[in-house]
Write a protein that binds this ligand. Structure first.
Ligand code: AMP
Ligand code: ZN
Length: 465
């Protein structure tokens, strides 16, 4: 079996991946809070862990991998959005969740096996909180339930900080109902328009961290293999998940491998609304940047390095993918290609802590006439296209070539005429229209060759028919 190594944030080293059960490899990744369109940064963990999911499915078999990614549909940002807009919470979360699914599908991400919504696991959260109170790791004050951080000696291990350092460095909220400023909320009271559920501590709602502990326990059990998310989640979110889960279920180890993607930046700067460089995945898709181009740019940078989104990279990726389609269209056969196994060099690159950059280098090397079926197979393996979409794009390219070869003959004939008459008006008109349609024109002494460029638009060629 392929040996996979993964960088574990917990040990700060690359470790050989040894699942608890190779017939049931389990991965949990923190998903979005649903109150608005996913921004480009939110797409990074989705794409990174989608590649890992594909690798695990290949190595262990598609039926032996369970991937869970939650939807946070109870959170104060959602309540604030409802108050601002006058819309109901469920209206906002239902629509935003669907947007998230649509946008991530456009990036070629497979659906996880389970996509639990926090609001559907409130009883499980209450049960876990009750356990934590019973074993002394949590306490109730004024309708709040808090986790007693000092009761868990290992707190801070993931992020490598001591509790005292964290207090000094973090914006911990001091509140009258806390025994210690580090303690964090498991449950809080709801009033008025705030969403609330009956509980032993009155009508209230869960804190953010408990949802992932309760849902991963319900769906994967007390120990599972991989837990992922963006690096910004290590503290406090993942630190708190570990404390809750390990104290509620001391015999389980919770997650064995912790993986975190680094953050996305835009043109060298942090993406933020105040810098005016904030945009959503949908904004890019609407501007005509295809999902596979976004995926290509993301995978060109290793997931543990900060990644910079630039216009230049997206233009390069678009041209690279166009060359791949051209190669597949001219020399490949997608149906035949799908009978191949993914290329070992690519599987090996991904198995080395998801070296997607090296995997893309392999794709580039495969784009020569004798390897295009390998190229096609691995474009599908890496999630750039489904086999169906790749066939369709290759067919469109061939149709374009066929259309252009008819026009090329005409152009050649016009050119021969023009050489005699010295009147190049018709030749120039044809070239002008071909340029508008984004066709490349190559003329030699006795031949005219036309091929479709990136944004080739056959509708613009009406004038030449
Ligand atoms: P949120 O909805 O803010 O909880 O984020 C959902 C996921 O996106 C989490 O895994 C975050 O770590 C991740 N994320 C948020 N911002 C960025 C960013 N700029 N770059 C990479 N990942 C991010
Ligand atoms: Zn989480």
């Amino acid at each position: 079996m392929t040996k996979i190594t993964l960088h574990n944030t917990m040990s700060r080293t690359k470790e050989v991946f040894e699942p608890h059960d190779d017939k049931n490899v389990q991965m949990y990744v923190c998903g979005p809070t649903v109150y608005d369109r996913a921004h480009l940064g939110n797409a990074r963990p989705v794409i990174v862990f989608d590649v890992l999911f594909r690798l695990l499915r290949y190595v262990y078999g598609p039926d032996h991998v369970t991937y869970v990614r939650n939807i946070t549909d109870v959170e104060d940002k959602i309540n604030a959005r409802a108050a601002e807009t006058g819309r109901t919470i469920s209206d906002i979360t239902t629509q935003t969740t669907q947007w998230f699914f649509d946008d991530m599908a456009a990036l070629g991400a497979l659906e996880p096996n389970e996509v639990p919504r926090a609001t559907q696991y409130i009883p499980q959260m209450i049960t876990m909180i009750e356990k934590l109170i019973a074993n002394g790791h949590a306490y109730e004050r004024d309708g709040h339930v808090l986790f007693r951080v000092r009761s868990y000696a290992e707190y801070g291990r993931l992020s490598g900080r001591s509790v005292d350092d964290m207090i000094a460095g973090a914006r911990v909220e001091v509140a009258p109902y806390k025994e210690d400023p580090m303690d964090f909320v498991l449950w809080k009271p709801s009033s008025g328009d705030q969403p609330g559920w009956p509980s032993p501590w009155g009508v209230g709602r869960p804190g953010w961290h408990i949802e992932c502990s309760a849902m991963s326990y319900e769906l994967l059990g007390e120990s599972f293999d991989i837990h992922g998310g963006g690096y910004d989640l290590t503290f406090p979110h993942h630190e708190n998940e570990i404390a809750q889960s390990c104290c509620a279920n001391p015999s389980g180890g919770f997650a064995k491998y912790w993986m975190h993607n680094e953050m996305l930046q835009v043109e060298g700067k942090k993406m933020s609304k105040s810098l005016g460089n904030f945009f959503t995945v949908r904004d890019l898709l609407d501007q005509g940047v295809p999902g596979e181009v976004i995926r290509f740019v993301f995978l060109s940078t290793h997931y543990r390095k900060p990644m910079d989104w630039t216009l230049e990279k997206s233009v390069d990726a678009q041209s690279r993918l166009h060359q791949f389609i051209e190669g597949v269209a001219r020399y490949g056969d997608v149906e035949e290609a799908m009978k191949l196994e993914p290329e070992k060099a690519i599987v090996d690159a991904l198995s080395d802590d998801l070296n997607t950059h090296a995997a893309i280098e392999c794709l580039i090397k495969m784009n020569d006439p004798s390897h295009t079926n390998k190229l096609a197979r691995n474009l599908v393996f890496l999630g750039f296209y489904t086999a169906k979409k790749l066939s369709k794009l290759a067919q469109e390219y061939r149709d374009a070539l066929a259309l252009l070869s008819g026009i090329a003959e005409k152009l050649q004939a016009e050119r021969v005429k023009a050489m005699e008459s010295k009147d190049f008006a018709e030749v120039d008109r044809m070239k002008y229209v071909l340029n508008l349609a984004n066709a490349t024109i190559r003329m030699t002494k006795d031949e005219t060759l036309l091929s479709p460029e990136m944004d080739f638009d056959p509708t613009k060629l009406e004038a030449l028919k």
